[in-house]
Design a binder for this molecule. Sequence first.
Ligand SMILES: C[S@@+](CC[C@H](N)C(=O)[O-])C[C@H]1O[C@@H](n2cnc3c(N)ncnc32)[C@H](O)[C@@H]1O
Length: 354
Amino acid sequence: EESAFIRHSQEVHNLIQWLESAGGFLDSRVEIRRLDPEDPSSYFGVFANAPIQENEILMRIPGELKIQIVDDGNDWEYDEEVCELSWMLKAEFEKGDKSKFLPYINYLRTQVEGQIPGAWSSAGQGLLLKVQGGLRINGAYEEEEPSSIVSWLRSYAEEECAVGDETLDPHFIALTVQRGYDSALIPIYDMLNHSNHPEKVNTMTDSSLHDFDDEFTVQALRHLKAGEELHYAYHDTSSDEWGTPEILRDFGFVEGYPHTFHISDGVTIVVDQVESDDGQLEYVASCLNENCPESSWIEEKVQALMEVEEILLPEVAMAKLQVPPRELAIIKEYHQALLVAFSSISSKCPDPDT
Ligand SMILES: C[S@@+](CC[C@H](N)C(=O)[O-])C[C@H]1O[C@@H](n2cnc3c(N)ncnc32)[C@H](O)[C@@H]1O
């Protein structure tokens, strides 16, 4: 009993009941549970617990369950959407039991603060900035300062989303960015985790995604095996400028391979991990359109990352910098991802002196 409770959580149970009572649907072969059912601190994901055929409907979310910005016929800018949706979320939190999204709000209340770099401790933010160095970060429309990987949230809270003198609690902005889909927060669907690995992306949504108020349908992209986790790609890394650093900024984790780094206009490094003939895992890096950065640039980056590793990581290990363990683990993963990317691409980069 106890373990079933930890596995599913009361909040998730209530969420599914709410979905069904509103005329929505979640296939009984689809289970929402913690990644590690035995660990009550692990996060949630969505799994197929029996085989499912290609194209079968996995879930249907009625339009009225979505928290969605009002379609006023205007083309909203990205930051306007994020701010508007975040204010709407705050309003629902403040309605208490009177929110018509109560089961959803109660689930979101379980989400702790500090999940994304913008909400990390200042020690964690400082260390991440050292790892990031001058590496490019993209916004919705243009390049941002590399430091915006941590500073954007505060800037949204105090500037972009402020209304007059009233600033917005950054936690609502973080929740919206981590879980929102364009102009909407979509309960249940937002329990799916991210992957951009071609073999792991296994769900698709219908075109009603961008239609206001419409019901929202998720289908199996291919045959699903029992036990498989359901994923979709939070960003189409081939068509927009969101790569591994931007996923870290917005969602608070280092994605699995393949990794993508948009390092300057028209220059993108993609790194994949593949199994070689003798069964070993190895990294294969390439530059999109064979547009590679200069070798001196790569050398500089590798050098800077080695310095961070040699000087900072042991220091942090001695707890001098007091970076919380969860943040440190993510920073180390990111550091490693960058080092792998730059050292594996270097042999393919032109040396201007030759
Ligand atoms: C839309 S929610 C997905 C549901 C979430 N895991 C939960 O427990 O409610 C997005 C958040 O889930 C986590 N997440 C999603 N995909 C992940 C992945 N591939 N690895 C690690 N964390 C991931 C991140 O915290 C992210 O900000």
